[in-house]
Design a binder for this molecule. Structure first.
Ligand code: NAP
Length: 275
């Protein structure tokens, strides 16, 4: 899918100004997708709005004002707050709006039910590395959002990492793989470093090297476009160090445990979506 150009005068709104909203706003501004003064964010308190002001964005305590002055609005409140927020802004939603929710577990049909008929709605599942512009995001579009809206959103979100359009059924799987996956990878990084600490390496050095090993391997996987099994085979020397280590990993059940972790997190995401 080709990315649509961002209209020069596009005003981007954020309803909810926490960590995820700030990460996305920062990515958009740093990449020059929008100017800071074209961004308006709302939240009940100044706790997080002050970070938006530091970026040069405009802020308000009125959610309706965001809708009244921005055509593309990203809803980034906690999921349990979102229904009340959508009811509050519904009277000022027009056919010109493109509305985007990043709230985990809130389905497109729920979003559409809470908004006026024919509203153009999209749902995005982000992950924490959006903060460093290395997010792995997926998006799904509602019944009334067309390919132009999807292209525009993808163009914007590419400032925060990768973004692929998927059927909505994949969104909960993405939460298990990538939203929760950040924690799984942290656990692996920690365990890798602790192995080195056990063998006598200082802790800070071991953690730095473990994180860089993850980063370098991820870059190789992306740039070479190889299957991980191929890359793994490439670093194996017969009777060498790596095959001894891999044998230990297999004995510990790393692979099965990781698959079960993604399965468990996905099932929990589905369960929460139904509540
Ligand atoms: N963090 C992640 O890794 C991640 C990953 C995937 C999806 N998400 C989704 O992203 C969303 C935001 O998460 P977060 O971690 O950024 O949460 P957060 O840091 O707690 O931010 C929530 C924001 O919503 C604001 N808010 C609360 N009530 C509101 C209302 N009635 N009207 C307008 N704004 C209101 C809060 O205001 P104050 O500033 O006044 O407190 C705060 O700015 C969630 O729905 C989550 O499911 C997050």
């Amino acid at each position: 899918m080709e990315a649509a150009a961002v209209p020069a005068r596009l005003r981007v709104g954020f309803v909810g100004a926490g960590r995820m909203a700030e990460a996305i706003a920062q990515g958009l501004i740093r990449a020059g997708k929008v100017e800071a003064k074209q961004v308006l964010a709302s939240a009940p308190t100044d706790r997080n709005l002050c970070h938006f002001r530091a970026l040069g964005c405009q802020t308000t305590h009125s959610n309706q004002e965001v809708l009244q002055s921005c055509s593309l609005v990203i809803f980034a409140t906690k999921p349990q707050v979102l229904p009340a927020v959508l009811k509050e802004v519904a009277p000022v939603v027009t056919a010109e709006h493109v509305l985007v929710s990043v709230a985990a577990g809130v389905s497109l049909s729920t979003l559409e039910e809470l908004l006026p008929p024919n509203t153009r709605v999209l749902r995005v599942s982000p992950n924490l590395p959006c903060i460093v512009q290395e997010g792995a995001m997926v998006m799904a579009r509602g019944h009334h959002a067309g390919s132009e809206e999807a292209k525009l959103l993808r163009n914007l979100l590419e400032a925060c990492g990768q973004c692929e359009e998927v059927p909505e059924a994949y969104v909960d799987i993405h939460t298990g793989l990538s939203g929760s996956g950040v924690a799984f990878v942290c656990t692996f990084s920690e365990a890798l470093a602790e192995g080195a600490i056990k063998m006598g390496m200082p802790s800070a050095l071991a953690h730095r090297i473990a994180a860089q090993t993850l980063l370098g391997t991820a870059k190789l996987l992306q740039q070479e476009g190889q299957h991980p099994a191929q890359l793994r085979t490439d670093v194996l020397t017969p009777a060498g160090t790596t095959i001894y280590g891999l044998h230990a990993l297999e004995q510990g059940g790393l692979r099965a445990a990781t698959m079960s972790a993604v399965e468990a997190a996905t099932c929990r995401a589905k369960e929460l979506s139904r509540k």
